[in-house]
Ligand binder design. Sequence first.
Ligand code: MCA
Ligand code: AMP
Length: 497
Amino acid sequence: MANHLYDHLIAPHAQNTHPFLVQDGADDISYAAFVRQVARMAHRLRKSGLDVGDRVVVQAPKTVEMVMLYAATVQAGGVFLPLNTAYTRDEVAYFVGDATPALIVCDGGTATQMQEIANGAQVLTLNADGTGSLTDGLNALPDIFDTAERGPDDLAALLYTSGTTGRSKGAMLSHANLLSNTKALTDLWRITDADRLVHALPIFHTHGLFVALNTSLLAGATVDFMPGFNLDAIMAALPRATMMMGVPTFYTRLLSDDRLSADLVSNMRLFVSGSAPLLAETHEAFTARTGHAILERYGMTETNMNTSNPYDGDRRPGTVGHPLPGVEVRLTDPQSGDEVAPGGVGMIEVRGPNVFQGYWQMPEKTAAELRENGFFITGDLGQIDADGYLSIVGREKDLIITGGYNVYPKEIEDVLNDIDGVSESAVIGIPDADFGEAIVAVVVPDAGRQIDTDSLSESVRSRLARFKHPRRYEVASELPRNTMGKVQKNALRDTYG
Ligand code: MCA
Ligand code: AMP
């Protein structure tokens, strides 16, 4: 049966003996072997209760089996919902409650806790070594599966993205959203089966999952699949590789190591950066050291990728390039919604086949951010130069990006404000050499109370993922406010940055 994403990304590889997933210390997995394992896993999912349209929540270590699980979910007609492995029980409980999955796949170590919040979903396990109830006895299942019928507009994935106002929103991504973007990127970045990609990103976000893996699948490229970012492993892999995708922290870390040289990367064709701003100085230092101009692109969970610097031609530091083919970008006045004059700063809005279907069960939020004419309001402020290069010059949304992870200050402020003795708080991002931005919390105690910052961090630890924890707490007698009563975060950044 027709299945838009499966038919383009996976089915064509049924007889393809070229290596797909390559790992240190393990046998290569060919494309054909991958297709067979995916079919077996689709049987496992179906037998475990997955119906067409059901969500599959996955909070599991990065493994080749998790890539198979993604593809098997698509083949069985499910909706893939990966979660950051750093999320706490409370955070996961919210996603499970909101998305009401039929299946949850988690690390064996968290299975008991997951059962408690499963909300009726069946829990399967997948451990870092690939074992678990998801894969137990898998080879006994048939290696052909009757692919579920899914059209271009059916959902393939639900990816949660935090918001300025608190509750995380599930971005509904259709088969056509994912496939159209995959085709645009594969074409633009000239990805082919001769490529070998260094894959050190997590696969629970758009960057590592869709940008990196979907393009490799479409092109039939080989993926050097690493469990995470390890400088030694990447240095060892670069001489054999042709491509790498990373967040800016990858590039600053590579630059901090003397082993990075033009010789080491002489086989490389393309370095891509995204998810957070790449400093122009990092871009320039990388070119000076290696001769490679990093290609910076811009995307969002809701839209996949929107713009990219050119493959041929000038990759301009500090810019995110031009709209992808088929994608429209316009800049508008945040108040009036009117387009700004050429060269002016405005809200970045995007329209195209990449733009999501709306937020899961949140029609008001969808209506607030997705215009009836199809333009999505990104919350990022941009400027377009005379040559059409877009630069992100600021954000309307109060957002911190640390090491490529998005953190909404409101979520941390809510936790801090709940703590006994805290009157109010403001959370800011300050420049950090490794993560780009680091989180600082400024806390005002209740009148006459002292605050012990150790107890603050203790309270935060149990409720929020590690990457959201403030690296520093500052106690202040009051927060600076403007005449409208709004906290002036710029003033706080000046004081504490
Ligand atoms: C780890 N830690 C972090 C982060 N990562 N803290 C803040 N921000 C982070 N990103 C914590 C660890 O838990 C640890 O805490 C301490 O910081 C030091 O960790 P370290 O070993 O240095 O970290 P790492 O394991 O090397 O990870 C850093 C990383 C990783 C490689 C930069 O965070 C990463 O892979 N980031 C990529 C994120 C990503 O894929 N973003 C794409 C989102 P402790 O010391 O207490 O143990 S998709 C997206 O944004 C859009 C769509 C787009 O355009 O792509
Ligand atoms: P997410 O919510 O994880 O999808 O993150 C999307 C946000 O990351 C965008 O709205 C931007 O603010 C930011 N972002 C992604 N790519 C870039 C980039 N190349 N430069 C600056 N910011 C970026």
